[in-house]
Design a protein around this ligand. Structure first.
Ligand code: GLY
Ligand code: MN
Length: 322
C-alpha cells in the first residue's frame, strides 16, 4: 500500500521519532475510555499514552480531524478484490441460513438454530462470525440486538435470525424471519409481507447518486401506509413505535462499516433491513402481539440496477414455507 514504515504496538511505544520533521501528522480521534492492562505495554491504553507524549496535542502539524473522513471515503467504495471476498462471505451466509431453515423443528431452541448457522459458517471456511448472532423467537423476536439465544422455541413462534459470516476480514449481514413450525399464521403473514414490501421498496431506491437515506424513506412510506391500513397505528408518525431503527448501513470490514452517509456510489455495499416489532402490551389488537419481523439483504450499488448479493436465499412466504 506504499507505507514505508509500519510499527506494531510495542514497537511503536519504544520508537524514537521526531515529529517536528513532518509537514503534517494525521491521526484518528483518540478516546480515553480504554482499559489499562498493566502487564501489556503494547495495549491500546499505552499506545495512546505514548502517541500523545510523542506528538504533544498542541503541535500545529497534528491533524486529528481529516483522517476519519478520508478513511470513510476510501472504505465505503469497495475495490473489485474486496467485492470478491464479500461475495464469498455472503454466499457462505446464505447457505448457512438455508441449512438452518431446513433444520428448524417445532421444539428447537434458539441456540440450536444458532448452532446450525455458525457450524455452516465454519464448515465453509469462514474464520469467524462477523458479529454476535441474533436468534430470537416469539417475544424475543421483538428485542433489537437480542443475543441471549437461550429460549426453547414454541411451534407458534416467529424466529428472527440475524447472522453473518466473516471471511478473510469481510463480513456478511443477513436476516431472515421464519415460522418455527413452518407455517405463517394470518397475522404473521400480514406483517411479514409489509416488511417484505418495505424492503423491496428500499432495494429499488439503491441507485448511485441518491442520498443514503433514500432506502429508509422508501421503507418508512410502505410501513406507515400498511400499518395505518391494518389499524395498528392511528397516526402515520406512530410507525416509530414498531420500526425504531435505520434501514441501511455500510457493510465491509466491519458490520457497520465506515462511510460518509452522503450519496450512494457504485461500489458501495449496504444493507437494506426494515423491520416491524410488536411486543406484548402494545397499543393495538393483541392478535398482533409478539410478532417481530426483520428481513435483511446485502446490496451492491452499481452504475445500473442494484445487485442483491444475498439474493440466492429464500425470502417470500411461499419460499420459506416450502
Ligand atoms: N446485524 C446487526 C446490525 O446490523 O445491527
Ligand atoms: Mn445490519
Amino acid at each position: 500500500m506504499g507505507f514505508t514504515t509500519i510499527l506494531i504496538n510495542k514497537q511503536f511505544v519504544d520508537f524514537k521519532i521526531d515529529f517536528d520533521k513532518f509537514y503534517r501528522i494525521f491521526h484518528l480521534e483518540l478516546f480515553d475510555d480504554v482499559r489499562d492492562d498493566k502487564e501489556d505495554k503494547g495495549d491500546l491504553y499505552s499506545l495512546i499514552k505514548s502517541f500523545r507524549a510523542k506528538t504533544d496535542y498542541k503541535r500545529k502539524n497534528v491533524d486529528n480531524f481529516n483522517l476519519e473522513g478520508w478513511m470513510s471515503t476510501l472504505r465505503e467504495v469497495k475495490q473489485p478484490e474486496e467485492i470478491v471476498l464479500m461475495r464469498k462471505a455472503i454466499d457462505i451466509t446464505c447457505l448457512a441460513h438455508a441449512e438452518m431453515i431446513r433444520a428448524l423443528e417445532p421444539n428447537s431452541a434458539e441456540f440450536e438454530a444458532q448452532a446450525v448457522v455458525e457450524f455452516m459458517f465454519k464448515r465453509q471456511g469462514a474464520e469467524y462470525e462477523g458479529y454476535n448472532s441474533i436468534v430470537g423467537g416469539g417475544e424475543n423476536s421483538c428485542i433489537l440486538h437480542y443475543e441471549t439465544n437461550r429460549k426453547k422455541l414454541d411451534g407458534g413462534d416467529l424466529l428472527v435470525v440475524d447472522a453473518g459470516a466473516e471471511y478473510h476480514g469481510y463480513t456478511a449481514d443477513v436476516t431472515r424471519t421464519i415460522p418455527v413450525d413452518g407455517k405463517f399464521s394470518g397475522e404473521e403473514k400480514a406483517i411479514y409481507n409489509i416488511v417484505l414490501e418495505a424492503q423491496e421498496a428500499g432495494i429499488k431506491a439503491c441507485k448511485a447518486g441518491v442520498e443514503f437515506r433514500a432506502t429508509h424513506k422508501a421503507a418508512v412510506q410502505v410501513i406507515q401506509k400498511r400499518l395505518l391500513d391494518l389499524g395498528i397505528i392511528k397516526n402515520s408518525n406512530d410507525f416509530m413505535k414498531y420500526f425504531f431503527h435505520g434501514t441501511s448501513h455500510y457493510l465491509g470490514l466491519d458490520v457497520h462499516d465506515a462511510g460518509n452517509y452522503g450519496k450512494l456510489f457504485p461500489g458501495n455495499v449496504i444493507t437494506v433491513e426494515p423491520g416491524i416489532y410488536i411486543p406484548a402490551g402494545s397499543d393495538c389488537d393483541p392478535k398482533w402481539w409478539n410478532i417481530g419481523v426483520r428481513i435483511e439483504d446485502d446490496i451492491l450499488i452499481t452504475t445500473a440496477e442494484p445487485e442483491v448479493l444475498s439474493g440466492r436465499l429464500v425470502k417470500t412466504v411461499a419460499e420459506i414455507e416450502a
